[in-house]
Ligand binder design. Structure first.
Ligand SMILES: [Zn+2]
Length: 78
């Protein structure tokens, strides 16, 4: 399980059940376990600080690489 965090203010945005290794380029909505401080608004995934971390692509969020970080269990650590 990964915790997706804002790269600007470090807020915890959501918990994500990532399958496989590699970078987080997308977050599939079906595998978002729980929203924390993240906000869904107008086709964007936002942090309360205003930082935009993802774009709604229907079944998944296309993640904006520099806008977020993650922590938790992952095969490839950053
Ligand atoms: Zn933030």
């Amino acid at each position: 399980m990964l915790t997706i965090r804002c790269a600007v203010c470090r807020a915890k945005l959501w918990k994500y059940n990532k399958l496989g290794k590699g970078e987080v380029l997308r977050c599939h909505k079906a595998r978002i376990v729980r929203w924390l401080e993240g906000i869904e608004a107008a086709g964007e995934a936002l942090c309360p600080c205003g930082n935009r971390v993802g774009i709604d692509k229907g079944t998944y969020w296309k993640m904006i690489r520099k806008a977020f970080s993650h922590s938790g269990d992952t095969v490839n650590r950053l």
